[in-house]
Each structure stands twice: as structure tokens, then as C-alpha cells.
Design a protein around this ligand. Sequence first.
Ligand SMILES: O=C(O)CCC(=O)C(=O)O
Ligand SMILES: [Fe+2]
Length: 227
Amino acid sequence: MRGGAPAADGGEFFPRDRAEVAPGAVHLPGLLDAVGQRELLESCRAWARPPAGLRTVRTPGGGTMSARQVCLGWHWYPYGYARTVVDGDGAPVKPFPAELGELARRAVGTAYAAGPCTEPYDIALVNYYDADARMGMHRDSDERSDAPVVSISLGDTCVFRFGNTASRGRPYTDVRLRSGDLFVFGGPARGAYHGVPRIEPDTGPPALGLHGRLNITLRVSGLPAVS
Ligand SMILES: O=C(O)CCC(=O)C(=O)O
Ligand SMILES: [Fe+2]
């Protein structure tokens, strides 16, 4: 892979390349340009408003997740999916926007030679990380589809840890995800453990105007569509 050292203006001197981190796990740097990032950020701000807005997720063991979350299409809670915010204000989940489905299809088509995924994307999780937030190693395993997961990053750079399907431990690869990067994991990587051990504060593009990091995770539920 070619060098990715930031230039003095915050841009890239050498473009960063598509990189296959593990079989089926593909990093697509800079897929969203500045305009695309700004539009998506504006949408995230609207989705984060109540009802069914940004919330703190409580785990059955009594803990809380440090990244706050809002869901679109299907509401994820530990550990399942619902049509309403069953662990929050009880409001109906906001609809899954068609443009996120298009973005997921484009990402899968760019990531894999086999081309776009034909299953309809119908879940978006929007995770907001402040400088101290992180996400522990976990698998995305509440879906009934093995379609690839597509993850989008906005704002501050994070360290994204992509591991293996057997355990939370090694071997894993740490990848820096920057604003506008996408990461796709499907096929043999679909069930791999992954997490976010660190946010690098104040590393996002200043013009974006986002303090912290947003992640948008797109999934196919495999659950019956609403009529
Ligand atoms: O923030 C990220 O990059 C990962 C989010 C994630 O793994 C999830 O929401 O399941
Ligand atoms: Fe995940």
C-alpha cells in the first residue's frame, strides 16, 4: 500500500488505495467526497432528533455503550430488532432512506469483483463517538442475512480493529478510518469480531464542522419488509 501521510493542508499527498484487510474485508478510503460527507452529516443530525432519536444503549449486564446510537429502518437493541424504540421512547423507528441503500450497493460493487449485493439494505445504525467513546469487540450477528456490512466514517479518525471469526483476540488488524472512508465486510469476514478501540480527537476535516466521529453501519436484516 502506498503511503498515506496527511499533507500540510489536511489532504492526501498520495491517494490511499483500496485494501483487503482480511478475505472479504475491504477498506475503501475516501469514497465520499467533501460534499457527500456534508450532506450525510446534515441527514445524521436530522435522524438524531427525537422522537426515536439518539440514545444511550444499555446492555443486559447493566452497562452502557459509550457510543450513542440512532437506528433507521429497524431498531436494534441488545440483542434483536424491533419496529419501535423498545428500549427508549417507544416511538416508531424512522424509515430507512433509499439513498443509504444506494450507497451500500455502490460500496459493495466497488469492494468486490462479484458486483453489487442484490439483497435490499434496510438497517442503518448511526453511532456517535465523542473523544472518549469506543466500541468493544463484537460480531454483527442479530441479522438473518449474510449480506456484507457497509460502514461509513465521518469526522474524527478512529482506530478500527478488524479481527477473526473465532474470538475477540488476535489475530486482528488495526485500520485508521478517516472521514469519507468506507469499510465493507462480507463473505468469510461477515462474522468477524470488530471494534473501535480509539478515537483520535480533532482529526476530522475542519470544514465539515463535526466534533467527534459518526459511523453509519448499513446491514441487510433478512426480516420481512413492512407492508
Ligand atoms: O463505529 C464503527 O466503525 C463500528 C460500528 C459497529 O461495529 C456497529 O455498530 O456494529
Ligand atoms: Fe459492528
